[in-house]
Design a protein around this ligand. Structure first.
Ligand code: BGC
Length: 411
């Protein structure tokens, strides 16, 4: 049985600036990676040197069969100091966007993917409501200068990422982290108050939620005021939340806190970006670990591709707007496991489409083996391997397999 996807379905791969570009030195993450005893196991360094190698990478994505590429523009490069915009860096991203179009690749652009300029951190970061206005000013600049080349824009990547830490009993609390010497040192280096500084990845407080949603709303308006006319949305980290025995109430609370509150905030947007990797089960005392016999990925969470179908359905029901799967993928050293994962996840997308849900695209995370935040270069999500010494790219069998589906728009 073959299934043909809707016309104009976006088939892409995804990256984020900090994880692939290299030497992203003006960000809070760079500082946090370099302080002693940091919770980041290694620094991002040169990453995949995508900052220089994007022309070959984008040509490779086209040759593989993809028609879209999701990447992020780095705020800290565009606006390295408060109110100072770098025309040279804007030009850099213009070249990246032009390169996509030359290769018949639709650019899906994210304005904020976890990293924040150091100067924003000095002013409190995501705990300060003024960050929303500052983010919108940066979005306005990008919309004005680059909007004519953007196909789809995501304001903030995984706006809800830190709710996963808040709800997870295994994660350190923000108060504990603020006492840690690495945190204090990072704050010192950014001239920030360690008790007030709030990097995006740890912005799980009630106030931070308001700042992030406000930044999204103002950022979306600002992007739309510029050149071009393109859909704008937010992307969310969505896990299928399930109840373990006796955990129904806790699971319902977690679903509302981690998923539905955010999906409700997305109502009225042009689309919502669904980013799903696994499921999370909750017992009466909170999140539970996968069963000992469960297949787990390099990230330690369960191999559970069916969660994508569940989160698409949840997003459609709660947000009631079109959906783009802006991330889905697996960290694994076994490429046949990757193909099995994506195959099963795509079957779920097909069932959603057959039921009439408006799913507009699928971008696999990630195009390249890249910097996986706290876990450094250990997990390998890429369709293409990257030699860390030579930067040579080698597409894995899964890259040609998914590229062929993309080219045919059929499975
Ligand atoms: C993020 C990516 C990350 C991926 C795999 C998502 O949370 O947007 O930056 O690399 O998941 O863990």
């Amino acid at each position: 049985m073959t299934y043909t996807f809707p016309k104009d379905f976006l088939w892409g791969t995804a990256t984020a600036a900090h994880q692939v570009e290299g030497n992203n030195i003006n960000t809070d993450n760079w500082v946090m990676e370099h302080v002693p005893d940091s919770i980041f196991v290694e620094p991002s360094g040169d990453a995949c040197d995508h900052y220089h190698r994007y022309p070959d990478d984008i040509a490779m994505f086209e040759a593989l069969g993809f028609n879209a590429y999701r990447f992020s523009i780095e705020w800290a490069r565009i606006e390295p100091e408060n109110g100072f915009f770098s025309l040279a860096e804007i030009e850099h991203y213009r070249r990246v966007l032009v390169c996509c179009h030359e290769h018949h690749i639709k650019p899906v652009v994210t304005l904020h993917h976890f990293t924040t300029p150091r100067w924003v951190m000095k002013l409190g970061g995501w705990g300060n409501l003024e960050t929303a206005d500052r983010f919108a000013r940066y979005c306005e600049k990008v919309g004005k200068e680059l909007g004519d080349l953007i196909h789809t824009a995501c304001t903030i990547n995984e706006a809800n990422i830190s709710s996963m830490f808040v709800i997870n009993e295994f994660a350190p609390s923000i108060d504990m982290m603020r006492q840690a010497p690495w945190w204090q040192q990072a704050a010192l280096e950014m001239n920030a108050d360690p008790q007030k500084m709030l990097p995006f990845l740890f912005a799980g407080s009630e106030e931070a939620r308001q700042v992030i949603v406000q930044a999204h709303r103002l950022g979306a308006q600002a992007l739309k005021s510029g050149r071009g006319s393109f859909p704008v949305g937010i992307t969310l980290a969505l896990q299928e939340i399930q109840a373990a025995p006796g955990g129904e109430e806790v699971a319902a609370r977690a679903r509302s806190f981690m998923n539905d509150w955010w999906l409700e905030a997305a109502r009225g947007d042009d689309f919502v970006g669904v980013q799903t990797y696994s499921r999370q089960r909750f017992g009466p005392k909170g999140a539970v670990q996968p069963d000992p016999e469960a297949e787990v990925t390099q990230m330690g969470y369960e191999f559970y591709p069916e969660s994508l179908e569940a989160t698409i359905r949840e997003a459609a029901a709660v947000a009631g707007i079109p959906i783009v799967v802006t991330e889905n993928g697996i960290g694994t050293g076994d490429d046949t496991q990757r193909i099995a994962y994506v195959e099963r996840a795509l079957q779920g997308v097909i069932r959603c489409l057959q039921d009439g849900l408006d799913v507009r695209g699928y971008t696999y995370w990630s195009a390249l083996d890249n910097y996986e935040w706290m876990l450094g270069y250990r997990p390998t999500f890429g369709l293409c391997a990257v030699d860390r010494l030579t930067q040579k790219r080698t597409p894995k069998p899964s890259a040609s397999w998914l590229g062929a589906i993309a080219r045919a728009n059929q499975i």
